[in-house]
Ligand binder design. Structure first.
Ligand code: GLN
Length: 314
């Protein structure tokens, strides 16, 4: 028999499914061909139990939901102080693909493209002479780390990667602008390549919920029992996800949903209730901020009905 929770999740999806507003991302040509009706929802609770509904095992590209994970890797490799010296933690209030830098010419935060490309660059050798093997090695570490967070082996979508590489002038412009400030220790083209690869990693809503539960548990994946990162890093991720994770929709999101979260233009949203659970939701039609319309709506319902808002005082 269906559990109460499963019945409730099914009910929410039925409520939200009728909303066909928004559009799939088309600035990356390969993203425009996805089925706009795809809709999945997964919840992973702190003991690792997974509730999965709809297209919860269908893959889509992680896109910007990758940003907190690569940021975590940069923090792990260089330490908080060294990363803070290069990437800020202030919300930009601007679109994800703005060239947002502060008065020290640091990217404003790691959740927008400028900061995320920079975080990826910190995983490469500190040399302008970076080989393809170096990028391959850094990407292998990324896949290893993301897989550890998700609790299963993840792979890359070659078509989406090729499509974004072929059309991604905007991100190249961001990287070159940062380079003109002397920001990089490494080759900006290699940083962009690594960033495009990380964005093309395929995930399911089960994976996002598992990653969310790992962050919720302070870096311990509750499904595998493996510690993937420290609780200090988890706290940092939750902080920047709260203030910057939903881009220029962050204020509305925190007010109405009240959960640290990260969205991606592939249609995924990962939300976390610290200490409790991870939520993964997928639906590819996006609002004007680049956040999944049904994803945001689903999280609103969950938060309201289950009292998940982190500032819930009732
Ligand atoms: N790969 C995408 C880009 O850089 C990710 C953006 C996003 O998901 N918001 O444009």
């Amino acid at each position: 028999m269906e559990s109460l929770v499963d019945g409730y999740l099914r009910h929410i999806m039925d409520e939200v499914r009728g909303d066909r507003s928004g559009d799939v991302a088309d600035y990356i040509p390969e993203l425009a061909v996805v089925d706009p009706e795809g809709f999945g929802l997964s919840l992973c609770v702190h003991d690792g139990y997974m509730y999965s509904h709809g297209h919860s095992t269908e893959t889509f590209t992680i896109q910007s939901v990758s940003k907190p994970l690569t940021y975590a890797m940069a923090l792990r490799k260089h330490g908080v102080a060294a990363v803070d010296a290069r990437i800020g933690v202030e919300p930009s209030g601007e679109a994800f693909n703005e060239i947002s830098v502060d008065d020290r010419r640091r990217p404003k935060n790691p959740m927008i493209n400028a900061g995320a490309i920079f975080a990826a660059s910190m995983l490469l050798p500190a040399s302008r002479d970076v080989s393809r093997d170096d990028v391959d090695a850094a990407f292998a570490e990324i896949v290893e780390f993301y897989s550890g967070c998700a609790g299963r082996r993840l792979t890359m979508d070659e078509e989406v990667y090729a499509s974004e590489s072929a059309t991604g002038s905007r991100n190249r412009a961001i990287a070159y602008m940062l380079d003109s400030f002397g920001a990089f220790d490494t080759d900006p083209d290699a940083a962009i390549d690594l960033y495009y690869r990380q964005c093309s990693i395929r995930v399911t809503t089960d994976d996002l919920a598992g990653i969310g539960a790992t962050i919720a548990n302070g870096g311990l994946n509750p499904r595998t029992g493996r510690v993937v990162f420290s609780s200090e890093i988890a706290q940092r991720l939750l902080s920047v996800m709260t203030t910057c994770g939903m881009y220029d929709g962050a204020g509305d999101w925190v007010t109405s949903v009240g959960l640290p979260a990260k969205s991606g233009v592939g249609g995924g949203i990962l939300a976390v209730l610290p200490g409790q659970l991870g939520i993964g939701v997928y639906s590819p039609r996006l609002d004007e901020h680049g956040n999944s319309v049904r994803g945001v709506e689903t999280c609103r319902h969950l938060s309201k009905d289950l009292g998940l808002h982190m500032f819930n005082v009732t």
